[in-house]
Design a protein around this ligand. Structure first.
Ligand SMILES: [Zn+2]
Length: 408
């Protein structure tokens, strides 16, 4: 028996609105709190949780950026000659994404989505490393760097493996009594919610399955650890999309040329623009102001959300949609999906959740990057109690962590 195991279970998209009233996990994690999310997609939220920092600090924000000089996709231009009915197919895109990911040695999640091959060489992809690994941030350290530099034995899910396989691997690790820290990442609820929406009868059985898995994990953990500090949490919620907006057609109807006058990335809930002349800026700004389903975000607001990048690396103008409206077609998909996240963090369905068996959630834990504070605190506490070694906030002699291949 070891004294203590911190067990952090990350259920992607298990938002506050989804669990606030139901019985989910109440038996073993009765203390719960609504957390504010971070503006962006999982590409933003996951790194923010893992590093305790905001997008302007870690620079893991949106996936694609206009950056022709550094674009690794030049060789993909030739696919432009293939007919659209092939190149816009999800199956073809997925196959090609896998191939490109391997060739470019990207370590994180990678998808070419629906960026036209004609323009792909104008863009770079910003998540070349996996935030779920040490050294995985674009800038600065994450929890796995913290654990490694302090020699704290940990288990983290491998996103390449199924949820079930990750569960089995973690159970084996817990049974070995090696672990001083465990981090589970389950992404399937997110995919399900995107497909069926937040009111579907398919959601409850998925939550029951997670409950069952967590109960079993707890039972194993209690056989080997005197205390298990359980935290179940999410990165954002999920809003149903009942209205579609063809923003791309509106912009493309303007007398401007993509790649010459401007560039744009149409994410599913926001569009990001880069301008190469004043005329393009004026035309596009005017056009966007006539679109009632969204609004141009001003600098003050972006700054409040910690997403105002001084170099405008992720776009000079950000147009954000109202909750429930989806850009279709977009660069993330040709066809609509039932539900989406990535709206304003204060919109109803954006809020994330934290559920724990701990009697107290400190008042300072209010946003998803704050989960990092709990992870760091509990990992240090476990190391200390399990080995008798004291972990200092910055232990002398521990090598200062420098990202291996910083992109920015
Ligand atoms: Zn998602």
């Amino acid at each position: 028996m070891k004294p203590v195991l911190p067990l952090f279970v990350f259920i992607d998209a298990c938002g506050w609105e989804i669990i606030k009233e139901g019985a989910f996990a109440r038996d073993f994690a009765p203390n719960r709190k609504q957390l504010e999310s971070v503006f962006g997609y999982s590409s933003t939220c996951v790194p923010s949780i893992l590093s305790g920092r905001w997008p302007v600090e870690h620079r893991n924000w949106c996936y694609f950026v206009y950056d022709p000089k550094n674009s690794p996709f030049k060789s993909l231009r030739k696919f432009n000659w293939l007919p659209k009915f092939i190149t816009s197919r999800r199956r073809f895109r997925r196959w090609l994404s896998k191939f490109v990911k391997a060739r470019l040695s990207f370590r994180g999640y990678f998808d070419l989505y629906n960026i036209p091959f004609k323009y792909i060489s104008l863009f770079d992809f910003t998540e070349k490393k996996s935030p779920l690994q040490p050294g995985g941030m674009n800038r600065g350290a994450n929890i796995f760097d913290f654990l490694e530099t302090r020699s704290i034995a940990y288990h983290v899910s491998d996103p390449q493996l199924s949820e079930k396989k990750n569960l089995e691997d973690l159970t084996a690790f817990i049974n070995s009594e090696w672990a001083d820290f465990a981090f589970v990442y389950w992404p399937e609820l997110d995919g399900l919610l995107h497909r069926v929406g937040n009111q579907s009868p398919e959601i409850a059985p998925k939550l029951r399955q997670y409950e069952e898995w967590i109960s079993k994990l707890l039972a194993s953990a209690h056989e080997h650890y005197e205390e298990v500090r359980l935290y179940i949490f999410s990165d954002h919620g999920m809003a149903n999309c009942d209205e579609h907006l063809d923003l791309k057609s509106k912009i493309e109807a303007l007398p401007l040329r993509f790649g010459v006058d401007y560039a744009a990335v149409y994410d599913s809930t926001m569009a990001r623009f880069w301008f190469f002349n004043n005329e393009a800026r004026e035309f596009i700004t005017y056009c966007l102001k006539q679109v009632p389903q969204g609004r141009i975000m001003d600098n003050d607001e972006l700054e409040q959300l910690h997403c105002l990048f001084n170099d405008r690396y992720f776009g000079e103008l950000i147009f954000l949609l109202k909750e429930g409206v989806l850009i279709v077609p977009s660069h993330t998909g040709e066809r609509p999906i039932r539900a989406m996240h990535g709206y304003h963090p204060l919109d109803k369905h954006s809020y994330a959740a934290l559920l724990t068996n701990q009697t107290e959630i400190p008042d300072e834990i209010t946003t998803i990057p704050d989960i990092f504070k709990l992870m760091k605190r509990d990992a240090a506490l476990a190391k200390e109690r399990n080995s008798g070694e004291k972990v200092l906030p910055a232990s002398p002699g521990a090598r200062a962590y420098e990202p291996r291949a910083a992109n920015f």
